[in-house]
Design a binder for this molecule. Sequence first.
Ligand code: 3PG
Length: 210
Amino acid sequence: MTLRAMLGNVPVIPVLAIREPAHAVPLARALVAGGLPVLEVTLRTPAALGAIRAIADTVEGAVLGVGTVLKPGDLEAAAKAGARFAVSPGLTGDLAQAAQDGPIPLLPGTATVSEMMRARELGFTALKFFPAAQAGGPGALKAIAPVLPDLRFCPTGGVSAANMADYLALPTVFCVGGSWVAPEAAVAAGDWATITRLAADAVAAAGKTA
Ligand code: 3PG
């Protein structure tokens, strides 16, 4: 399945940094129940690969990706653990090659026009725009659209319930990513109901922009 087919039907990809192995499955279930089945588990914690394995094996309906992929080995390990797509904060030649040869598609991060042109040359047309808020927000994407009209973006970094609609209103944005739907305090407290509500709120707010 192509990356756009996998990610194209959800407005928000929750970006997760899972610290406690025991949180992985209930957290994923809470987000799926709230209407956000496409999840990105970042490789920023020692628990990440185990969490990917547990969610992939257990949580029905989840479309699981791995985030913060920095090198080819990350891609391979996460794919082996059950990730179906990968997200990176930037792009290197090695990573692009590994993604082209590898078992799962990559959504590479870009912040500037030159990085976008380079990613495009390497064959990527669906890109993460990161860090979205600091790299110019919706205004930057609006200005870039006429010069690189074939590129599509998933802005991530500083996206929130308050500004999500500004990104989703742009024709070149196919979804946004963010951690706000799974706040650390709610995860630590095992407050899965709050996370399901935040996910459902995001789905409802996105519906208004469609
Ligand atoms: C990412 O990895 O894409 C971002 O760190 C998520 O950014 P946020 O925490 O600002 O949503």
